[in-house]
Design a protein around this ligand. Structure first.
Ligand code: FO1
Length: 306
């Protein structure tokens, strides 16, 4: 599974109920990574790790359930910027990752150490160990990703999205082989521009997808032209695309074989077919693990894998 933020984590919980965790590799976006108080934070890697470990915050999707924010409160004495809510238990992960990276360890090595410490058997790989930063060019200047999404609540008008460093970045160890050898690659219901875009900007990853012999299926992050979480619909409009199933399929042409769309978007089936993309109609509002599992099973069965 190619994954970004919270939407991916919801679908992963469903997948984990119908597929053997050791049979799953998640290749995760690192364009959202950011330093806070000098600590190396990898939001998408942590969201996937915490979700696979069953300890992620059930409603928000990011951070840990039952976490407290005493340290963040105390940091407020010294820093103005405490808008990115790092919980006390969450901080342990960032302290460990920061120390290991400072000691010269690769992000992929540290990610494996962290997921093993959480007892996670799903393989979790960063898309690259090289620095890639998603930057948002807006009417009021260029914003780092978290500044745009969290501090400014995705309100500024987006002119352009850039993935600084992606062209030079090499896929992390194991990523190309995982994409090449996977029976199926599932592109999670993440934002194609903000969360999957950085992955596709890493040349070795896009090339591996284009060379794949097996099927590649995406789960649309839109339901009825809207995104259940995040600014996707507004973003697509601002970038001149109608927020529809076709827009999602276009983001993943030419390596996409099928797109999972919600029952509400059933009328898009012929439009997708005309564009050479098979549609799998299912429930894609993953309000519960059970609903995500039903769709995950449906997807694997449609591909003859379950
Ligand atoms: N998202 C928010 O909207 N507000 C936050 O305060 C916040 C804190 C946070 C801390 C750790 C972490 O791993 C993720 C966090 N996120 C927060 C989510 C994060 O911005 C997004 O999940 C991804 O970067 C994109 O989906």
């Amino acid at each position: 599974m190619l994954a970004g933020g919270v939407g991916a984590a919801k679908f992963l919980r469903g997948l984990l109920r119908v597929a053997e965790p050791t049979a799953i590799t998640v290749v995760v976006n690192t364009g959202d990574d950011e330093r806070f108080f000098g600590l190396a934070v990898s939001p998408d890697l942590d969201t996937i790790t915490y979700t696979a470990a069953g300890v992620a915050h059930p409603r928000r999707g990011w951070g840990l359930r039952d976490d407290s924010f005493r340290c963040l409160e105390a940091l407020g004495r010294f820093y103005d910027a405490t808008w990115f809510h790092l919980g006390d238990v969450d901080l342990a992960t960032h302290v460990y990752r920061t120390q290991r990276l400072a000691a010269g360890a690769r992000l992929s090595t540290v990610t494996t150490e962290i997921r093993r410490a959480f007892g996670v058997t799903v393989r979790i790989l960063p898309m690259t160990d090289d620095p890639v930063r998603t930057l948002i060019d807006t009417a009021s200047g260029t914003l780092p990703f978290q500044e745009y999404l969290v501090r400014r609540r995705a309100r500024p008008a987006v002119r352009r999205i850039r993935y600084r460093g992606a062209a030079r970045a090499r896929p992390a160890p194991g990523v190309v082989a995982a994409i090449r050898d996977a029976t199926v690659v599932v592109i999670a219901p993440s934002n194609p521009l903000l969360s999957i875009g950085p992955l596709l900007a890493v040349r070795g990853i896009r090339r591996a997808l284009e060379r794949r012999r097996g099927s590649t299926v995406a789960v649309s992050p839109l339901v009825g032209g809207r995104a259940p979480t995040g600014p996707l619909a507004r973003l697509l409009r601002r970038l001149g695309m109608r927020p529809s199933s076709l827009a999602i399929a276009d983001c993943y042409r030419p390596f996409l074989d099928a797109l999972v769309i919600d029952h509400r978007d059933r009328r898009d089936v012929p439009v997708l077919a005309a564009a050479g993309c098979r549609a799998i109609v299912a429930d894609t509002l993953f309000d519960s693990d059970r609903r995500a599992a039903v769709t995950a099973r449906r997807l694997l069965r449609t591909l003859g894998l379950a």
